[in-house]
Design a protein around this ligand. Structure first.
Ligand code: ADP
Length: 187
């Protein structure tokens, strides 16, 4: 059992790898992007509020994702472990998570940064847009998501490095090779 935070640019492969790791560890894969996309598709109040931000490639307001994560981490399947994918995404969310885990008597075991060069990330996202039809995988929104990543999310690399918790994995390898590197860290 483990508690793992996945960091990395859009298109770094967080979702794919988080799924594999969650299955092998028997812990839930908690993706704020997936939860938000499902809320949008179902036109729930959360989805209605989040949609315009997501379509623009901007972060949805912290309050929405913070409430969502608070509830999700308190569900029974998350008692013994979890993988967070897409959260935290800025320093405020990371501070909130530290407080929440403190209140719950939990601590994260690994923060993993999946590192992939910019040009690789862009071509992967363009390809995914063609294949999956995800509405935020168009060139303009991809550019905006990368800007937001640099500005808001990348500072978390320092944040967790200072806490002595960051491990970087090369995400620019065959899928199986990335998985093997991750399994070696989590064990
Ligand atoms: P990617 O990492 O490929 O951009 P995600 O599925 O993680 O895709 O996120 C898609 C969108 O969902 C983001 O662009 C953002 O609008 C919203 N989102 C997801 N997680 C968060 C979060 N923690 N805080 C704010 N917005 C978020």
């Amino acid at each position: 059992m483990a508690r793992i935070i996945f960091l990395g640019a859009p298109g770094a492969g967080k979702g794919t790898q988080a799924k594999v790791l969650a299955d092998s560890q028997g812990i839930p894969h908690i993706s704020t992007g997936d939860i938000l996309r499902s809320a949008v598709a179902n036109e729930t109040p959360l989805g209605v509020q989040a949609k315009s931000y997501m379509d623009a490639g901007d972060l949805v307001p912290d309050k929405l994702v913070i409430d969502l994560i608070r509830e999700r981490l308190q569900e029974s399947d998350a008692e013994t472990g979890w993988i967070l994918d897409g959260f935290p995404r800025n320093v405020e969310q990371a501070g909130f998570l530290d407080c929440l885990l403190g209140e719950m008597g939990q601590d994260c075991d690994h923060t993993i940064n999946l590192d992939v060069p910019d040009d690789v990330v862009v071509s992967r996202l363009v390809q995914r847009g063609v294949e999956s039809g995800r509405s935020d995988d168009n060139e303009e929104t991809i550019r905006r998501r990368l800007e937001v990543y640099r500005e808001k999310t990348e500072p978390l690399i320092n944040y967790y490095t200072e806490q002595g918790k960051l491990t970087t994995v090369n995400g620019d390898q065959e899928l199986e090779a990335v998985t093997a590197d991750l399994q070696a860290i989590v064990k």
